[in-house]
Design a protein around this ligand. Structure first.
Ligand code: SAH
Ligand code: SF4
Ligand code: F3S
Length: 472
């Protein structure tokens, strides 16, 4: 049985980070030889995989409410003489495997992120097992060595995991416990997979890792390679127009990587670089290993080598011990650096992490208010960045049809979703995967409207938050 003649239907739902999205694709790849093809939705599936996230409390609560709904579906299928395999994968499976089987005994499989290559064997074991089949060890063999080559095309923009796990142990974070210690895939494996993705139609690849810029590997003749060198290699792949990488840690932003942003045209002028806080005291309590000024310096250097670079970040409001002055320091850092996009979260205590048992927890109402203040400032900066793009021309990668008739969807160099009308002379056919020049006509809260300029030469890049600040 091959992937082209599916007998059984598989539905995968992903929460959490982009690595879970990538992993979901790899789970589909590994199940294809067993006869599983994509289902339209949960209702017509023979197997459902919930790929979960444990990063904040709300993320894992979602799993249990979803499981409650699926139980009804599973029972109905069984009463009709059918069968529905329910699997829980991802970081909640890793952290709370026992709790899942206790609270939801109807779950058939529980597997952590390091066990996906074992899925076929686990599926085979279900009928023999009396309870759920569980795999939450960190297997000695590396899962990447045992996963098949990716078979499911991802489209024009693709993810490629190059690094997994984390040894940084930030006070608040579950990732080192759910994903295990840092591991880098080999340069050869990454280049091979990137070529394969391009052959399947990818024009933009985002390299993924919990600490992607900690990636290191062996190049030809045993020379040590870092991410900067790997990016240079990937930029050589014909047809690969754009490269990105995420998520990075400020501590691993080495000089070569900063310089790469000025030297590799395919490397897009957008970088997600989480800082979490602008207070040195809180950064130390978080075990981040850098100060606020280190972050400011990295931003300066990036703006120097790539003046049109736009920065993005993550912030946590109300980490234990955070005073009003610490919070103000975060607002100050946001004002100094200016972000094109950012994510901010209320501190959420996670079982097993040091911050969860710290005595100086911040009151809920205070956390709420601080989060609102951070978000208001970030929102203003995002709006200002998007507005500054209006009237300028930029390269757009067309990713497919837009939501409305006659519309295309695409992406700007700064990761903004873009949409515009297909011009009659171009038509939508053949447009997907093309890089076109477009003028930005309007900025909406989370996207840009553009007008195609055909194949004219690229215009100047949009004003970045940095340039806008300098002009003010
Ligand atoms: N590896 C990345 C981030 C991984 S988690 C880094 O080092 O920055 C994604 C984001 O979730 C984090 O950047 C952080 O802002 C947020 N986060 C993680 N744990 C959290 C917690 N306990 N409460 C609130 N936000 C959290
Ligand atoms: Fe979590 Fe910190 Fe590791 Fe990022 S660097 S994954 S925040 S422990
Ligand atoms: Fe969530 Fe695990 Fe990613 S906790 S953010 S799915 S690494």
């Amino acid at each position: 049985m091959t992937a082209s003649t599916p007998r059984k239907r598989l539905f995968i739902r992903s929460w959490g980070c982009q690595m879970n999205v990538y992993d979901s694709g790899r789970m589909a790849d590994v199940l294809a030889p067993l006869g599983y093809g994509p289902a339209e939705g949960p209702e017509d599936a023979d197997m459902i995989v919930l790929n979960t996230c444990h990063i904040r409390e709300k993320a894992s609560e979602k799993l249990f409410s979803e499981l409650g709904r699926l139980r009804v579906l599973k029972l109905a299928k069984e009463q009709a003489g059918g069968r529905l395999v329910l699997a829980v994968a991802g970081c909640v499976a890793q952290a709370e495997g026992a709790e899942i089987t206790a609270r939801a005994p109807y779950v058939d499989l529980v597997l952590g992120p390091q066990s996906y290559h074992r899925l076929p064997e686990m599926v085979a074991r279900i009928s023999r097992a009396s309870g759920a089949v569980i795999e939450t060890d960190f297997p000695v063999e590396q899962k990447f060595d045992f996963l098949p080559d990716s078979t499911t095309p991802q489209g024009v923009t693709a993810f490629l995991t190059i690094q997994e796990g984390c040894d940084k142990f930030c006070s608040f974070c579950v990732v080192p416990y759910t994903r295990g210690s840092e591991f880098s895939r080999s340069a050869a494996a990454v280049v091979k997979e990137a070529r394969h993705l391009v052959a399947q139609g990818a024009r933009e690849i985002a390299l993924l890792g919990q600490n992607v810029n900690a990636w290191h590997g062996e190049g030809p003749e045993g020379r040590p390679w870092t991410l900067a060198r790997l990016l240079l290699e990937l930029a050589e792949i014909p047809g690969l127009a754009r490269l990105r990488y995420t998520t990075s840690h400020p501590r691993d932003m080495d000089e070569a990587l900063i310089a790469a942003h000025g030297a590799i045209p395919q490397l897009m002028p957008f970088l997600h670089l989480p800082v979490q806080s602008g207070s040195d005291r809180i950064l130390a309590a978080m075990n981040r290993g850098h100060r606020a000024d280190d972050y400011r310096r990295i931003a300066e250097k990036l703006y120097a080598v790539r003046p049109d670079i736009a920065l993005s970040s993550d912030f946590i409001a109300g980490h234990p011990g955070e005073s009003e002055a610490d919070h103000q320091a975060t607002l100050k850092l946001i004002e100094d650096v200016r972000f094109a996009l950012a994510y901010s979260f209320k501190y959420s205590p996670r079982p097993g992490t040091p911050a969860a048992t710290a005595v100086a927890q911040v009151e809920e109402t205070v956390k709420d208010r601080r989060l609102q203040e951070i978000q208001a400032l970030l929102r203003d900066q995002q709006d200002a960045f998007n507005r500054a793009c209006v009237g300028r021309s930029c390269a757009v990668l067309i990713t497919g049809a837009g939501r409305h008739a006659g519309q295309f969807a695409g992406r700007s160099p700064w990761l903004q979703p873009v949409h515009g009308l297909v011009s009659p002379d171009l038509g939508l056919t053949g447009l997907t995967g093309q890089m076109v020049t477009a003028v930005v006509t309007a900025a909406l809260p989370n996207s840009l409207s553009v007008r195609l300029e055909g194949n004219e030469a690229l215009g100047p890049p949009a004003q970045t938050p940095r340039q806008e600040k300098a002009a003010a």
